[in-house]
Write a protein of this length. Sequence first.
Length: 304
Amino acid sequence: MLELRHLRTLIALRDAGSLVEAAERVHLTQSALSHQIKDLEERLGSQLFVRKSRPVEFTRAGQRLLALAEQVLPLVRMAERDLARLIGHAPGRLHMAIECHSCFQWLMPTIDNFRDHWPEVEIDIPGGHHFEPLPALAREQLDLVITADPQALPGVYYEPLFRYQGLLAVARQHPLADRAFIAPQDLAGETLITYPVEHSRLDVFTQFLDPAGVRPRELRTAELTIMMMQLVASGRGVCALPNWALTEYLERDYVKAVALGEKGMWSTLFAAIREDSRDQPWMEDFLNTARETSFAVLEGIRPA
């Protein structure tokens, strides 16, 4: 009567808070997900959650199945890891580079979780390298690159992790602070603060400013997000960051955030790996762990 997919669906529904977002997480249409839940409820003879409640309110039967899912799914995941080891795969190596200054918020918990389950895999984040990460991945100098800018390279595969929205952070008293969204031309008279990387790697240029032929009045760089927020809060510029990177500053009312464009500026974050490592069980588990951890610790992201 019960299948693992049912348990995964209930966990997704609890974590996402709505049928629409839960369907995205389990890669089904909303209609297909609703049909799956209705079919399960008919088999059980009991409703599992209250319709049109947000966040989702589970019935006693739904809560019991959630408790089961929390027990069973981790055990299944552990068994899958153990079986992969029993097959006799050689210990792996996971040397990675991160083309994302604000990714450590979810990447560090991911690595900690992964290390607990795969202690034999050598993990390293080399620092001070003077080469482009993606070509280095193709040359086998690296094993994984976190990037939002995929390049077509022989033997390199891009696994989508999640989608995120880029927002413009402005001071609370800034004239743009109360806008529903801003247009590219609104940044023509602004000082734009960015991380010290090429403009070709910044979504605010490639997706927002460059297509409109707009340049900010002045550019300024900062190494750390907190430094950028201090500059923004004091009215010395504006900056575009992923929604999750702004969460703590918005909650403290330190700055305000405005959508970039009427439809918002959305991007996808990828894990770039080599084709020949896709079937490695430890690599597959790392990618799954990265996705799960991201949705557990970040707000405002969507399934890719």
